[in-house]
Write a protein that binds this ligand. Structure first.
Ligand code: GUN
Length: 286
């Protein structure tokens, strides 16, 4: 069993990006800028947003976080997004999800200029992903594929099972795995015999949002397990994934940990996407 370290890979990639970004001031007379919008005080979201700001500083990307209260009006958010769309110094606009319940998430995501959609969640970018035309790829799915490739794990022809069907992870990672020629099954909370379905996986991607949901009996010997979950273990108060790591790890060939696995790769890919949007804004070669 080998642990795939997202922390190590992301540190390496961020280091390489920092070297590239350091040349931009000279080449383009400006630096990339990411603006993150956070509405409310969800503990998970606050910690993600802090991580994003720190990564921007490491890479040399200008960044601003705009915080609103839980009660922000949809119209206020739309107005801020319009302002950021019009600001040529801003390359990326990210609205942290989930948004407060009274706000129409799709309406907000659609309002972001497609060329500044660093999350790859805009309907035009989603369409481009499914049509296999060039687009910004959603950060977590992109990071997962990078993790697999970094260990030369064969995806082609393998049975990949994705637990979870969200727009942020489950659906787009399934498409990226298909594009890598895996045979993909998407399973979810209503799947019958979920344990049996999971057991069939050569590559198991877990994004179901339940602490330690995947137990050893659900995993085939020698499988590759990627844990996307970020949960708080109620007993210990510690961060934990959707996989019962201690029980599952000995059965796997490769596995990621929480923290230090997928999370840092998501942030790293966000940095990449921001640089990509910047270069497109500058009409430079990507
Ligand atoms: N909430 C959880 N993951 C994400 C993400 O990748 N992007 C945004 N905007 N919100 C999230």
């Amino acid at each position: 069993m080998q642990i795939i370290s997202g922390k190590e890979l992301s540190d390496k990639l961020k280091g390489e990006m920092a070297t590239e970004v350091a040349t931009f001031e000279n080449r383009f007379k400006r630096l990339p800028k990411l603006v993150v919008i956070l509405a409310g005080n969800d503990a998970g979201s606050v910690s993600y947003v802090t991580g994003k700001a720190k990564a921007c500083e490491q890479v040399g990307i200008l960044n601003e976080t705009i915080r609103y209260s839980e009660t922000i009006l949809e119209t206020e958010l739309l107005q801020k997004i319009a302002e950021l769309n019009a600001d040529s110094a801003v390359d990326g606009v990210l609205v942290q999800l989930p948004l407060p319940k009274h706000i129409n998430t799709q309406k907000i995501i659609s309002a972001i200029d497609q060329s500044k959609d660093v999350d790859g969640f805009h309907p035009l970018n989603t369409a481009a992903l499914w049509n296999k035309t060039e687009c910004v790829l959603p950060c977590t799915p992109k990071g997962i594929i990078k993790l697999l490739k970094s260990e030369n794990i064969e995806i082609k022809g393998k049975k990949a099972v994705v637990l979870g069907r969200s727009n942020i992870v489950g659906l787009p990672v399934s498409k990226l795995l298909l594009d890598e020629n895996a045979t993909v099954t998407i399973a979810h909370s209503r799947t019958e015999n979920l344990a049996q379905v999971a057991q069939d996986a050569d590559i198991l991607i877990v994004a179901i949002g339940k602490a330690k949901f995947v137990t050893a009996d659900m995993v085939k010997k020698g499988a590759v397990v990627i844990d996307v979950g970020v949960n708080r273990d109620e007993r210990t108060g510690k961060l934990c994934g959707d996989v019962d790591f201690d029980a599952v790890a000995p059965k796997t060939s490769y596995i990621t940990k929480v923290p230090g696995g997928v999370g840092p790769m998501t942030i790293c890919c966000l940095m990449e996407n921001t640089v990509e949007c910047f270069l497109r804004h500058e009409n430079a070669k990507i």
